[in-house]
Design a protein around this ligand. Structure first.
Ligand code: SF4
Length: 437
């Protein structure tokens, strides 16, 4: 990456929404905030691609739209060519949109079915008053050829094209105004695998030819591996890890990146780990987990130092704690004769834990669960078994291989490899930062 001023610099970007609430909650001012994007920073240089990857609902598309000011950020700055564009007037933003474009995920729904291709691409030229040395028709013909179509396609309607061809039209429309930066919002996820490769190659060729920078959003690491200069992995509105593909893939540092990489159907040749199945689904951004937002699913969540846990035992105890908090255990379905055994099986808890004292506490918690006293079980487990993962928010720290937000890479927590150095962009390491997100 070059050391010059980046084309795009995102600093502390936040986008919050008011959650839907009932009349009483609104009356009592109890409306909660959905933190779709929570303090995100990164840079993209001219002609480079940043891949933004994460599961559905992690906030990656919201970042793309907030950068383009299609959604007003709640806080933070977006610098384009050194200027903070979050403060621009509507008319200045209109001018800026010539330089910043978007390619949408679903070409079928993003192209007006009543317009010909000529009108779709020409509309972009008209809106921005683009005139040049060549005629409008010649320019449209040139754009169609650039994206692998031909002039005869100009008079057809969207329904006459395949999904791949429609995406090529979407790309031609974005290129029409000569942008320097394009948000590619999952541009290949609605396409067949064979067509995906063609569109990725096309975007790469266009970047080489025209020097455009991309923010490339995807839910699959394998899609961005070859196209991105840097990859940022997101979880619940925050960046978990960011680095070059080489740094991220060999081997990944953050446990979430590790799980995403292991889920690729044909694992990367550089990856030699086992498939990691994450438990449960992504928690709600309305009430996200405290501390590290990934702690409710993390296979490497840090165990308490006062107890002797096998890692899998500890993961199972953390899942019990989380499910007790969520009251997500259907106690009535367990066998009356041996409810404890059934509960343990359901929760993947071994029949006895290695540490006798830990076993005693877990048995007490299980009895509370069996009595549907979920709050008691959750309090007992969280008060007895202390982990920084559920109390302290990790911050992105420089390591030898990119930046990672995980206590395992923070020298202040002795459980990890301790090979990180602080960037000073968060609360003091090891401080009992508020777990209240
Ligand atoms: S901080 Fe803890 S829970 Fe979060 S990713 Fe690291 S080990 Fe897992």
């Amino acid at each position: 990456m070059s050391g010059s001023e980046p084309l795009l610099r995102v600093e502390g970007l936040e986008k919050y929404y008011e959650s839907e609430s009932d009349f009483i909650d609104r009356l009592l001012g109890r409306q909660k905030k959905v933190k779709a994007v929570d303090d995100v920073s990164f840079e993209i240089h001219e002609g480079e691609t940043l891949g933004l990857v994460g599961e559905s609902g992690c906030g990656k598309s919201t970042i793309g739209r907030s950068i383009l000011q299609l959604r007003k950020p709640t806080a933070g700055s977006v610098y384009f060519k050194g200027q903070d564009i979050t403060t621009l007037s509507d008319s200045d933003l209109r001018d800026l949109r010539k330089e910043m474009q978007i390619i949408f995920q679903n070409p079928q729904s993003s192209l007006n079915p009543r317009l010909t291709v000529n009108d779709i691409i020409g509309e972009a030229l008209d809106i921005h008053g683009i005139e040049g040395d060549v005629s409008r028709d010649a320019r449209i013909k040139d754009l169609l050829e650039r994206v692998g179509l031909n002039a005869s396609h100009a008079n057809r309607y969207p329904h006459e094209f395949s999904g791949g061809q429609l995406q090529r039209i979407g790309i031609a429309r974005a290129l029409a105004v000569d942008p320097e930066f394009i948000v590619c919002d999952e541009p290949v996820s609605a396409l067949d695998v064979s067509v995906q490769a063609q569109i990725l190659n096309l975007l790469e060729d266009l970047q080489d030819e025209l020097g455009i920078a991309y923010l490339f959003i995807a839910h699959d690491l394998s899609v961005v591996e070859h196209i991105a200069d840097q990859i940022a992995v997101m979880y619940l509105g925050k960046i978990a890890e960011i680095g070059t593909p080489e740094e991220l893939f060999a081997p990944p540092q953050h446990p979430y990146t590790e799980a995403l990489l292991s889920a690729i159907p044909e694992p990367d040749p550089l990856w030699d780990g086992d498939r990691i199945l994450l438990e449960g689904s992504v928690p709600s951004p309305i009430d996200p987990p405290s501390g590290c937002k990934f702690h409710t699913r993390c296979p490497r969540v840090i165990p308490p130092s006062d107890y002797e846990f096998e890692q899998e035992e500890w993961r199972a105890v953390m899942s019990l704690r989380h499910r007790a908090r969520e009251e997500d255990i259907a106690v009535e379905t367990f066998d009356d004769g041996a409810p404890m055994e059934a509960l343990r099986e359901e929760l993947d808890l071994p029949s006895t834990l290695s540490d006798p004292e830990a076993e005693r506490v877990v048995q007490e918690a299980l009895r509370s669960v069996a009595d549907e006293e979920f709050g008691d079980a959750e309090s007992l487990l969280s008060e007895t078994f202390d982990t920084p993962c559920s109390t302290d928010k990790p911050v992105l720290r420089e390591t030898d291989a990119g930046r990672v937000a995980c206590h395992l890479f923070d020298p202040a927590y002795e459980a990890g490899p301790n090979d990180g150095t602080t960037t000073g962009d968060g609360p003091a390491a090891g401080s009992a930062a508020s777990g209240d997100d």
